[in-house]
Design a protein around this ligand. Structure first.
Ligand code: SER
Length: 377
């Protein structure tokens, strides 16, 4: 099954279960300056968990479903391994008082086992801590769906959120499936937003924030498309799925000194840059612009290492834009190419200038901090 089909099957599955399909929000969160990027599907719906009646007003329903663009920069050093990406799409279904654990778990079970025909390796439930009790209800729902299912209890890993400075959070149940190598991979995170936390997750973990019970239980589920596709297509890494296969081949064919890890990093960083630029980010020295600058420069550096030819940039951008345009209509081809090329040029100038300073004996640390010279180089 191709990724396009998985994406659309997910949305129509939940549409049939009376969810309204909502478009992905921008990668730059609106109205929440405490986070740089949209990192989860629930982010655009954060306010509805404390004020569920406004969901009815805005969507005319309590249940919605999305495929959300996400950027996570925390795992940047792991990009290039089997599963980590700086950009990913998150499939999610959400409810603001429309349904509870029973439906959320049954829908997830039905989608994974019947719609996709996958076998669940095991699931987790929250074992309870402090004021939050053990999730007995989820335990018995899973057991009633499949009496042979391996149900494991877990701690803080299966308590999700909040994002940013404060927000909804709660216990989760996670679904694991085996990948092509027989390794268990977390595919779906089904969160039961039962609490409002008045601080960040870090503060909560340090005992510096408190949890208050929300009036209504909210549902927030998230399943990374790329990981799911990799399991469905039985590939060893996300880069062998149909989402990346073509671009990896393009990189291979255009390099004189091919290296798999570098190719993956180039592919990942280009794709993230395409989506960031389309959502209005411009390379700069701060915030989102700085992340974009780092991504482009790191990709350009890797292209030099693998001795890529000059047309690779244009070919890669074109390949991503062509394959994602039917799903995300705001991909701005001209802007993306112009901004990318401009940043590449600035980077080459920085490198040329930096090398001259280096020859004069300037300290590498000064080169990195003052001249923006990439320390890897
Ligand atoms: N918010 C949860 C996550 O990001 C589930 O969507 O994993």
């Amino acid at each position: 099954m191709q990724s396009d089909e998985i994406r659309s099957r997910f949305l129509s599955f939940f549409e049939k279960k009376e969810h309204k399909i909502i478009e992905s929000s921008s990668l730059i969160p609106e109205g929440d300056i405490s986070v740089l990027f949209t990192t989860a599907g629930m982010q655009q719906f954060k306010g509805y968990y404390s004020a569920p009646e406004s969901a009815m007003r805005d969507f005319n329903t309590k249940n919605v479903t999305t495929v959300q663009k996400c950027v996570r920069t925390g795992d940047m050093e792991e990009v290039g391994d089997a599963t980590h990406l700086s950009f990913f799409e998150m499939l999610g279904n959400f409810s603001f008082g429309g349904y509870g654990r029973k439906e959320a778990i049954s829908y997830a079970y039905e989608f994974i086992t019947k719609e996709l025909g996958l076998q669940i390796s095991y699931v987790t439930i929250y074992k309870g801590e402090g004021i939050v009790p053990k999730d007995e209800e989820s335990l018995s729902i899973w057991a009633s769906l499949d009496s042979n299912l391996d149900i494991r209890e877990d701690g803080s890993d299966v308590f999700w959120g909040p994002t940013g400075n404060s927000g909804p959070c709660g216990p989760t149940t996670e679904i694991y499936c085996k990948n092509a190598e027989g390794v268990d991979v977390e595919v779906w995170n089904v969160v039961f937003n039962e609490y409002f936390c008045d601080g960040s997750r870090e503060q909560l973990d340090k005992g510096q924030a408190t949890l208050k019970k929300l009036d209504v239980l909210g549902i927030d589920t998230g399943m990374g498309l790329e990981r799911l596709v990799s399991i469905v297509q039985k590939t060893e890494t996300v880069y062998e799925t149909d989402l990346f296969k073509n671009v990896i081949n393009i990189i291979k064919e255009s390099s004189e000194n091919y290296n798999e890890k570098s190719a993956r990093i180039i592919a990942d960083h280009f794709r993230t840059a395409v989506f960031l630029i389309s959502d209005g980010v411009i390379p700069s020295n701060k915030d989102q612009g700085y992340v974009l600058r780092r991504l482009i420069r790191r990709a350009v550096l890797k292209m030099q290492f693998i001795k890529a030819n000059n047309v690779l940039t244009v070919n890669l951008l074109k390949s991503f834009i062509d394959s994602y345009s039917p799903v995300y209509q705001n991909l701005k081809t001209t802007d993306i190419k112009t901004i990318f090329e401009l940043e590449k040029e600035k980077f080459h100038n920085t490198v040329a200038h930096g090398l001259k300073e280096f020859e004069k004996g300037v300290d590498p640390f000064i080169l990195a901090t003052t001249y923006g010279f990439p320390i890897e180089l």
